[in-house]
Write a protein that binds this ligand. Structure first.
Ligand code: ATP
Ligand code: MG
Length: 415
């Protein structure tokens, strides 16, 4: 089965909105072993939408669109698709009633009539419920090119908050039902290693197997390794081999970030975490508190940016700062011990470094970061040399420090 994606919206072409829908849909599809043949981005204009539909239907059996399902005059996706399939639009009573209920709940007076545009459904279309907004999704099949071949189209709303649950819960099962020869997919998160090191290490496992494809995707926290194959048992076997290659460098099952992994480990060990952040300015605390339920293990953090705060709040001595400087292994160790004592925690992370673009020197260049972590009465410190701009360095510093605590807790690091 071939699949194409069409993202519709003037704002995408003007750069006013980043096309995150494509990324989300691509990732969900990969999970069921489907890789889109290509994706097009077109404005909310009839001719380009028709041209994109022609192109996509000539190349694929299934087409997904996002955007342009709203009630305003610029939202024309449904009308143009109905025209292409030669279908009329009829009001769907059930949708009209639920739109009215939704509007009444807002207590904003009479409902504008244009909102009812969203209850218009092409003849023969299946409706996909929108649990987070008003514009329903649609699934239509027919012969849009009038050449005897049956094509499917799935119309999704543009707002990511509405599109995502609809696609995951209703779109993906629908596409799975259309796939005749499914590809199976496995996803592994490898941490603390670069893409090229991972690729090299994988060669003995994957070379000479045309049945198996591998794709890598790097981010500041980890490298995602996607394995796909039409043979599920073979894929399973190869995935186990890859997992053996990266023991200690894979997240625990079910964890997709350092914060989730630390939360799991801290719960397991009944430990409490405190963080002291200088150059990361709260990134680690934010990542921890992004996860619901982190209050059970995360006591809190101190953003100790100025030396006075390192001294007054964390108890880092003036002499230590004088002798070694704020960006030093000694300072990082004193910060983690100080924050654990202050915030009554038995696990800790401290980060101090030079995020740039200024402030570097020959001995302490931009990108030099010291991370200190503490667990079970042991403190360890490591230095890291990160590359990139300020933002990348800060995020990489947070990741490497979180990874260091993870490794200490798993018994993979010794002082
Ligand atoms: P509505 O008009 O009711 O909000 P809609 O289905 O017509 O829904 P659009 O008007 O196309 O959707 O877009 C609505 C919002 O969704 C806009 O804020 C837009 O920036 C965002 N959006 C649209 N397409 C994408 C996309 N591909 N990626 C990320 N955001 C998008
Ligand atoms: Mg739009």
């Amino acid at each position: 089965m071939e699949l194409c994606l069409i993202c519709i919206g003037d704002e995408l072409l003007k750069g006013a909105t980043v096309n995150t829908n494509m990324a989300f849909i691509g990732e969900c599809l990969l999970g069921i072993g489907v890789i889109p043949k290509y994706s097009l981005v077109v404005p909310d204009t009839r001719q380009p939408i028709l041209a994109a539909l022609d192109h996509a239907f000539a190349n694929a059996d299934v087409v997904i669109t996002t955007g342009g399902l709203g009630p305003t005059a610029d939202d024309i996706t449904k009308e143009v698709v109905a025209e292409k399939f030669g279908r009329r639009l009829n009001e769907n009573g059930e949708i009209a009633v639920s739109l009215q209920h939704y509007w009444n709940s807002l207590k904003r007076g009479p409902m504008p009539s244009r909102l009812l545009n969203q209850s218009l459904v092409p003849d023969g279309a299946d409706v996909m419920k929108n649990s987070c907004g008003t514009a329903p999704g649609l699934h239509l099949s027919g012969d849009p090119l009038k050449n005897g071949s049956v094509k499917h189209i799935i119309l999704l709303p543009g707002p990511p908050a509405e599109m995502r649950p609809m696609f995951k819960e209703q779109g993906i099962p629908l596409i799975q039902s259309l796939v005749k020869k499914p590809l199976h997919a496995e996803l592994l998160h490898v941490v603390g290693l670069g893409e090229s090191v991972i690729e090299d290490r994988m060669i003995p496992v994957i070379a000479g197997h045309p049945n198996l494809s591998v794709a890598y995707c790097a981010s500041p926290e980890y490298v995602r390794v996607f394995l796909t194959s039409p043979d599920q048992e073979f894929l399973h076997h190869k995935t186990r081999e890859v997992m053996d290659l990266f023991k200690g460098e894979l997240f625990l099952p079910g964890c997709k970030s350092f914060a989730e992994e630390l939360l799991t480990l801290l719960k397991r060990k009944k430990s409490k975490l405190a963080v002291a952040e200088s150059c990361t300015g709260g990134i680690i605390a934010q990542r921890m508190t992004d996860i619901p339920g982190s209050s059970s293990v995360f006591n809190g953090g101190v953003v100790a940016y100025a030396n006075e705060v390192k001294t007054a709040v964390l108890g880092v001595s003036g002499e230590l700062l004088e002798e070694y400087g704020a960006v030093s292994a000694e300072c990082a160790a004193a910060m983690v011990e100080g924050v654990c004592a202050k915030l009554n925690a038995d696990a800790g992370i401290a980060v101090t470094g030079i995020a740039g673009p200024d402030g570097g020197s020959v001995h302490k260049p931009v990108g030099l970061v010291y991370a200190a972590v503490r667990f079970n009465g042991q403190t360890i410190v490591r230095d890291f040399h990160h590359r990139g701009g300020r933002e990348q360095i800060r995020h990489r510093a947070a990741s490497s420090a979180m990874n260091l605590l993870r490794r200490l807790m798993l018994g993979l690091e010794t002082p």
